[in-house]
Each structure stands twice: as structure tokens, then as C-alpha cells.
Write a protein that binds this ligand. Structure first.
Ligand SMILES: C[S@@+](CC[C@H](N)C(=O)[O-])C[C@H]1O[C@@H](n2cnc3c(N)ncnc32)[C@H](O)[C@@H]1O
Length: 206
């Protein structure tokens, strides 16, 4: 799928459904929050890549973080978060971009990605993503990457995904990113289904 049609796909997803109807919706992104709290201080810079309309940004704002960016290729997704946050939305840097071609304007201490990397099914796309990740993270910075786990769904939002264990993800991430922690999560979808996610935490080595 071309970058343009992928963007149209995601724009349509958020135009046609409210955030709470999406299979990946979490009222409180507990697993992500725990990784973020144990890995950073509130003065650190955090980016939620492919953040969509996730409520993670609301939670980290409430914890007192003051350098928060949310990136997504769907402007509509970010608009939903901005509307939910109201005045507080001004405290966030909102970035409409495709993560695989994005040029980071600053360095981040923590990169969070829940359910974006798993859509990259080609080596070339994964390499582009990893190049951007490498440019974006500070030395010793943290990347928390959540994907469908090996027993998880084969598709998300009608698109093929690649499923990972922490070890297979680590192999794709290469030597630059050291796997230091991981966790599995049984995500309950709004219609009562269960999806198994794996969350892996990596430290940038150089
Ligand atoms: C399954 S949703 C997950 C959203 C959010 N992380 C969450 O957990 O609620 C995937 C998100 O990634 C965005 N996305 C997909 N491919 C992307 C890309 N190449 N660059 C930036 N955003 C992308 C979509 O617009 C969508 O918001």
C-alpha cells in the first residue's frame, strides 16, 4: 500500500469510529504507563509514536511530564485527543507524519510504540523505522515497543501484521537496542475479545 493510501486508511478509521469503539482502545493504558514510570523522570522527553487517539498522553500529562510529543499519520486521530484534552492539548507537541520517513526535530528519552511497528511487514520499512528510532533516541534512551504477540491476531484494522515474541523482536531490532525487560498483556477489546500483546523494553547502546 502506498504511503498516501495508508494515510487515507487511517484517516478513515478515525473518521468513522469513536476512540472507544476501536479494537485497540484502552481506558487506562496500564502496561505502557508502568514501563514509562519505571524508565523515566518527569523531566524526560517522551514520544508516543502512532499514538492515535490513545489516552496515554492524558495519563502522562497528569503525572507531570512536560516534554510530550504524539506522532501519528492520521490527523483525525490526533484531533480526537486534542478535543478530549481541551486547553491541556496546548502542552503537547502534535506531529502528523509517517514514522518511517519522519525527521525528528529533537531527541527523546523514551519512545513508546503500541501497535505500529507490527504493521511494518517489509524489511525495508522496518529498517527505515529503526533508522528514525536511532536518530530520535538519546544515548541510553529507552524504546518500549508493543506488538501483537506470537499467539495474537494476524490482522489489525484489516491490515496484515507481523507478530513477535520479545526475542524475535530483539533479533529484528539488532545490536544497537538491548532488550532489558518484557511483559505479555491480554488486551480485552471493546467487544469482549482478547488479543495477546507483548511489550518489550530496549535500551539504546550508542
Ligand atoms: C492500532 S493503532 C494504535 C494506536 C495507539 N498506539 C493505541 O495504542 O491506542 C495504530 C496507529 O498507528 C498509526 N500509524 C500506522 N502506521 C503509521 C505510520 N507508518 N506512521 C505513523 N503512524 C502510523 C495509525 O494511524 C494508528 O493511529
Amino acid at each position: 500500500m502506498s504511503q498516501k493510501s495508508l494515510q487515507a486508511h487511517w484517516q478513515g478509521v478515525y473518521e468513522n469510529k469513536g476512540e472507544t469503539e476501536l479494537t485497540w482502545f484502552e481506558n487506562r493504558p496500564e502496561t505502557s504507563l508502568n514501563f514509562i514510570k519505571q524508565s523515566t523522570a518527569t523531566t524526560d522527553s517522551i514520544i508516543d509514536v502512532g499514538g492515535g487517539a490513545s489516552r496515554l498522553v492524558d495519563e502522562i500529562l497528569a503525572l507531570g511530564y512536560n516534554d510530550i510529543s504524539v506522532l501519528d499519520m492520521s490527523k483525525q486521530a490526533l484531533l480526537q485527543s486534542q478535543q478530549r484534552l481541551g486547553e491541556k492539548a496546548k502542552l503537547i507537541q502534535w506531529l502528523v507524519a509517517d514514522v518511517t520517513t519522519w525527521k525528528p526535530p529533537q531527541k527523546y528519552t523514551l519512545w513508546h510504540d503500541r501497535a505500529v511497528f507490527h504493521f511494518l511487514t517489509l524489511d525495508k520499512q522496518r529498517q527505515e523505522y529503526l533508522d528514525v528510532l536511532s536518530q530520535s533516541l538519546t544515548q541510553n534512551g529507552t524504546a518500549v515497543i508493543a506488538t501483537f504477540a506470537l499467539g495474537g491476531p494476524e490482522k489489525c484494522s484489516g491490515l496484515d501484521v507481523e507478530r513477535y515474541s520479545p526475542e524475535t523482536l530483539s533479533a529484528v531490532m539488532g545490536d544497537e537496542f538491548l532488550l532489558v525487560d518484557s511483559k505479555h498483556q491480554q488486551h480485552r477489546t471493546p467487544n469482549g475479545g482478547v488479543q495477546i500483546f507483548q511489550y518489550s523494553k530496549f535500551l539504546k547502546q550508542k
